[in-house]
Design a protein around this ligand. Structure first.
Ligand code: ASP
Length: 312
């Protein structure tokens, strides 16, 4: 691991899924690009000032949680009971420290609580009532009523999903997702990943997806940092984030080959879909997705940056 690297790298996502070009208005697309740019600006500033990858991914994810356009924090999807239950995680590569929360209901920025679990508890993952009680002990965790997360768009998605379910339409495959995440390489050569989500529309019975599960929807070690988005059950069964890291560690795969093998082959082979963002210790970025679109943005090691929705 180098003592320092010449430049920093940041990649973010705002979820993968079926995003149809003709159903996304130019206005909405512009607003999404602007929110992705704002998250890149926020995280990029931390890195440019010599801050840690961990601080940068948290900062970028908080910016995305605050946007109602993504399925995390404000704008999170609804459970079958018409409420919001939020999952988030963070992991720091060189220390392998990790923190996560599942089923949080009153925490405005779940990624901040995940970080607090990592730094101020002896545990990795706190769920539901326990996560709320832990949040009660922390003055730095902002609380809101559960309906603060409401948006009309997500409520319409719940109604549509419940209708689909009543009509027993075939599958959730390709349903619109919208989880957020960030991965970063800082000027000290350290990696970190963060992921935050409302989960999947109409989820029930304490369902927990891949996003707060270390190794499934989020991972960072000394080689690579990964954040996933997609149909969480398949991401758990494929241990997506850790599988990408393992292919690099044990099979000497390049970042691109490892990320492609998992996202483009292993997940769809089981019947799942989604995407991932990843950055390695050399500053390479991979942003594969097997859906029609993935909201994403990046600042590359040469300083170039961009945001994108579709494949082109
Ligand atoms: N992976 C998330 C989950 O299953 C959903 C998403 O990525 O939008 O909870």
């Amino acid at each position: 691991m180098p003592e320092s690297v010449a430049s920093f790298v940041l990649a973010i996502h705002g979820g993968a899924g079926v995003i149809e070009r003709d159903q996304l208005s130019a206005e909405d697309a512009a607003a999404i690009h602007a929110d992705l740019q704002a998250a890149l600006d926020a995280g990029g500033k931390v890195l440019a000032n010599g801050g840690s990858a961990l601080d940068a991914v948290q900062t970028a994810v908080v910016a995305l949680e605050e946007s109602p356009r993504f399925n995390a924090g404000k704008g999170a999807v609804y459970t079958a009971d018409g409420a919001h239950e939020l999952d988030a995680s963070v992991m720091e590569g060189h220390t392998r420290r990790a923190g996560a929360v599942a089923g949080a209901r009153t925490v405005r920025n779940p990624v901040v609580l995940a970080r607090a679990v990592m730094e101020h508890s002896s545990h990795v993952l706190l769920m539901g009532e326990g996560a709320e009680r832990f949040a009660d002990t922390r003055e730095d965790i902002e609380r809101v009523d559960n309906d603060w997360f409401d948006t009309e768009t997500r409520h319409a998605q719940l109604r549509q999903e419940q209708l689909r379910e009543r009509e027993q339409a075939a599958s959730l495959k390709g349903a619109y997702f919208g989880t957020v995440g960030a991965v970063a390489l800082d000027l000290h050569g350290h990696l970190a990943a963060a992921t935050s989500t409302g989960g999947m529309t109409n989820k029930r019975f304490g369902r927990v997806g891949d996003s707060p599960l270390i190794g499934a929807g989020n991972w960072a070690d000394e080689r690579v940092a990964v954040s996933g988005t997609g149909w969480g059950e398949f991401f758990i069964r494929c241990a997506v984030a850790h599988d990408i890291a393992a292919r690099m560690a044990y099979g000497s795969a390049t970042l691109e080959a490892a990320a492609d093998a998992v996202v483009m082959q292993a997940v769809p082979a089981l019947g799942g879909d989604g995407g991932a963002i990843a950055v390695d210790a050399q500053g390479n970025i991979a942003l594969p997705f097997n859906t029609s679109g993935m909201y994403r943005g990046w600042i590359a090691r040469d300083g170039s940056r961009g945001t994108a929705i579709f494949r082109d």
